[in-house]
Design a protein around this ligand. Structure first.
Ligand code: F3S
Length: 391
């Protein structure tokens, strides 16, 4: 890989240990994936922020980076952490966990990272533009910005995205290159257009193709639908980019006439639903994966406005970002008659195992991860059906 003189000097440690470690990681990834050079990025989004997922080893790694003087050199945001940073007691979080989690957030802050702690930074404050090269971790968010916005990122892991953020550069391979953004299969979709149907569509496509670059026909997602679709395909498969005919910015660039066509309709959605639903009886309903947008907060509050929570045995959590919780204060008042509106966190990266065993969600992504990462029996239904469990 060709490095500039400046990049060589970072690799040789002439600009400090923090930057040197970052350059070692980015160039190692570049070599593995056959990159010819490094390219400048305009932003980063970092995962690996929950103490549940990174543990003491991750905490020590961050301490070392901060001790070595590492700081990000492009605008960077942080994924959800293991708890709401002010309301963690409402989530049954032990004090010992909270202390370490707050330390992790602080360390990211010392590196200059915006502690937004949300998986939807693309609705603000981290909004890339079409054609921007970026380094994003968080599979749902990176798929959204690749596909719906037309920015360019690989499916970064937490350490890779952090290293790129420190350098302001990433290795030039994969989805940064035009030829890797070509569709590999056409999906002829037949869904009812609800957000939940997009979640099931994503689940079914991930189950059908695993990876690749699907090109959708017959759907017209807006932000909320694309958010659900991106998250589901990234979890049931490892899809990091898709195109939607007539909707996403790069879809018109490709001739797909020779590609295989896969039909996803009623039968495939039923299979997807069956895969995600393993219990009829839950202790927690957790809504907001990926984090709820302002529009979704309004919709939920409008639905709940004249209703009462009758079933007190089931806890309800709503997950969003701090900014949206503040912006939707009136909605929050209504929603909190049912359960806390939590910011900074979600049902997957919070340590819910040990507190709950059966959890319901409206998200195919969470439906995939609740059993594997949180030891839960999962239920996955649309928001109305979930709320009816407590009405
Ligand atoms: Fe976001 Fe957590 Fe889902 S990070 S995408 S709410 S699993």
């Amino acid at each position: 890989m060709d490095l500039t003189r400046e990049e060589e000097s970072i690799l040789n440690g002439e600009q400090g240990e923090g930057k040197q470690k970052a350059m070692e990681l980015v160039t190692a990834l570049g070599k593995i994936y056959g990159a010819d050079s490094l390219i400048d990025i305009t932003s980063a989004h970092l995962s690996g922020a929950s103490y549940k997922t990174i543990g003491d080893g991750g905490l020590k790694y961050l301490e070392d980076l901060v001790g070595g003087g590492a700081r990000v050199s492009v605008p960077s945001t942080l994924n959800p952490v293991g708890m709401d940073r002010t309301r963690w007691r409402e989530m049954h979080i032990p004090e010992s966990f909270a202390e370490k989690q707050l330390r992790i957030i602080d360390l990211y802050g010392q590196m200059g990272i915006d502690q937004v702690c949300s998986c939807t930074p693309y609705v603000g404050p981290n909004v890339p533009s079409m054609g921007d090269h970026v380094a994003w971790a968080e599979s749902s968010a990176l798929s959204f910005v690749n596909s719906y916005i037309g920015a360019r990122t690989n499916r970064e892991g937490g350490p890779g995205a952090l290293a790129a953020a420190i350098l302001g550069k990433t290795a030039n391979y994969g989805l940064h290159l035009d030829e890797k953004r070509r569709p590999t299969v056409v999906i002829d979709a037949d869904i009812d257009g609800s957000v939940f149907s997009y979640s099931l569509l994503g689940q079914a496509v991930g189950m059908a193709i695993g990876n690749g670059v699907p090109y959708f026909r017959n759907i017209s997602p807006e932000v909320e639908e694309a958010k659900a679709l991106s998250a589901a395909m990234a979890a049931s498969g490892s899809i990091a980019l898709y195109h939607v005919e007539g909707v996403t910015p790069e879809a018109g660039n490709f001739d797909v006439s020779e590609l295989e066509v896969i039909h996803i309709g009623k039968k495939e959605l039923e299979n997807a639903y069956a895969k995600l639903n393993k219990t009829d009886d839950v202790q927690l309903i957790a809504i907001g994966c990926p984090h709820l947008t302002e529009k979704e907060m309004h919709q939920i509050a409008a639905f709940l406005k004249d209703k009462e929570k009758r079933n007190k045995d089931i806890e309800v959590w709503f997950c969003t970002s701090t900014a949206i919780r503040e912006k939707c204060a009136e909605d929050v008042k209504i929603m909190e008659r049912f359960g806390p509106v939590l910011a900074d966190t979600c049902m997957v990266v919070a340590p819910i195992e040990g507190v709950f065993e059966r959890t319901a969600t409206n998200s195919a992504k969470a439906g995939n991860y609740l059993p594997t990462l949180c030891s839960q029996k999962a239920m996955c239904r649309d928001i109305t059906a979930l709320m009816e469990l407590v009405l």
